[in-house]
Design a protein around this ligand. Structure first.
Ligand code: ZN
Ligand code: ZN
Length: 411
């Protein structure tokens, strides 16, 4: 048996999305509806009822873990998702290129994203290779636009430190401080303050930034650091179930979460982690990867981006593209005698609210071991009447259970 697990980020919505219908309900999705007709529907609370999920914690929960027990912060998934080696004891951060100006001994924030810089990041990354503190190994990699990830490795470091990002232009960068009376927290906070200052000194006078200033653009002259995290202790999905899995994702965070759970990353050309992602390429990659793995987890981000932008037309159009470019291909080419599929979101991102909400998300299971229920479309309301009822997290363990890989609890 093979498993396909698809998450459309922020898939769920509210009746306020489009005059009484959610974007998913309003979208024309003949192939998804055909799958719903053959399968069973339900509603899933990604973490639990009334809990408003972040994408990282929701993914951990849907993949079968208790995020309250294992989540240490976002930084580690960003570092893994960008391809860095991360080991126990390392401290990882999400990083932004930002614009600052000196203010006495301090730095004052002008733009948190350096004008969403979209060229020259390699030059910045190269300059930051000179970050140097005795006894500590520092690695920084740029990812997309103003984003990047930073990892520090050394003796006795702690993740219990505050961030330097004040989240507001016009105010001073925060100095990192210990957030817990723990060995190493004081030292790590001081390291982060030094790295912040050094990043400013290394980036300030780069030709790239002189040109940006001459062109009237905000310079990318400092690193803002947040999301401090150490390596989470996660038993791999393979060690729990014996099933070998792979992840297909344009977004670094999701690749990072899946790699932390033991999945192999499958790069796909044209997978951008945005609305413009090449969905057809992802569909082909799922079919190809299934030849070598027991299950594939595929993440699509466009639905969440459109939700945050409060753009119902874009969200509906992205769902319709998934239908035509992904679900059509799977219906026609998957061996449905020996394959199970689960499709859901990691939370709702309703148009009106423009951010994640606590509402449960519709979920669909299809395959030879799944009992059919009467639903013939896929949407929030019909899923509420589905045979799977309403449950919390653990969609991947359920999928692997239908594939007969679930370990028995007890004798
Ligand atoms: Zn999400
Ligand atoms: Zn989101």
């Amino acid at each position: 048996m093979k498993g396909i697990f698809i998450i459309a980020d922020g898939l769920g919505g509210r009746p306020t999305d489009l005059g009484g219908n959610t974007c998913l309900e309003a979208a024309e999705t003949p192939y998804l509806d055909a799958l719903a007709t053959r399968g069973a529907l339900g509603l899933v609370d990604p973490i639990g009822p009334g809990i408003r999920p972040g994408s990282d914690t929701a993914h951990l929960s849907l993949l079968g873990y208790d995020p309250y027990a294992v989540y240490t912060g976002r930084g580690v998934f960003e570092c893994l998702g960008i391809g860095m080696d991360v080991q126990a004891g390392d401290i990882c951060f999400r990083a932004n290129f930002a614009s600052v100006e000196p203010f006495g001994e301090d730095l004052r924030l002008l733009d948190r994203r350096a004008g969403r810089i979209n060229e020259g990041q390699k030059e910045l990354e190269d300059a930051l290779r000179s970050l140097s503190i005795p006894g500590v190994e520092i690695e920084f990699l740029a990812s997309t636009q103003h984003r990047g990830a930073l990892r520090i490795r050394g003796e006795g470091l702690s993740r219990f430190i505050s961030e330097t990002d004040p989240h507001e232009a016009g105010v001073l960068l925060h100095r990192s401080r210990p957030t817990k009376d723990e060995p190493g927290a004081e030292k790590t906070a001081e390291l982060i303050n030094q790295i912040t200052q050094q990043s400013y000194e290394l980036l300030r006078d780069l030709p790239l930034n002189q040109k940006r200033i001459a062109d009237g653009k905000p310079p990318a002259n400092v690193l803002l650091l947040r999301g401090a995290a150490d390596y989470p202790v996660l038993p791999s999905i393979e060690s729990i179930t014996g099933a070998r899995g792979a992840v297909i994702s344009g977004g670094a965070l999701y690749r990072g979460v899946a790699e932390a759970c033991g999945m192999d990353f499958i790069p796909v050309e044209g997978a951008t982690g945005g609305l413009d992602t090449d969905i057809t390429a992802k569909a082909e990659a799922i079919l190809e990867t299934l030849k070598d793995y027991d299950y594939v987890f595929c993440h699509l981000k466009g639905t969440d981006n459109a939700g945050h932008d409060k753009n119902a037309a874009d969200k509906k159009a992205f769902i319709e593209r998934m239908d035509a470019e992904l679900f059509k291909v799977l219906i026609e080419r998957v061996d449905w005698e020996s394959t199970h599929l689960a499709f859901t979101g990691d939370h709702c991102t309703p148009i009106d609210f423009g951010d994640h909400t606590v509402d449960p998300v519709p979920v669909l299971f299809v395959g030879p071991n799944v009992p059919r229920d009467p639903g013939t479309t896929f949407g929030e309301r019909v899923a509420g009447q589905g045979g799977l009822g309403r449950f919390s997290g653990r969609v991947l363990p359920m999928l692997l259970g239908y594939c007969n890989w679930a370990p028995k609890f007890g004798s």
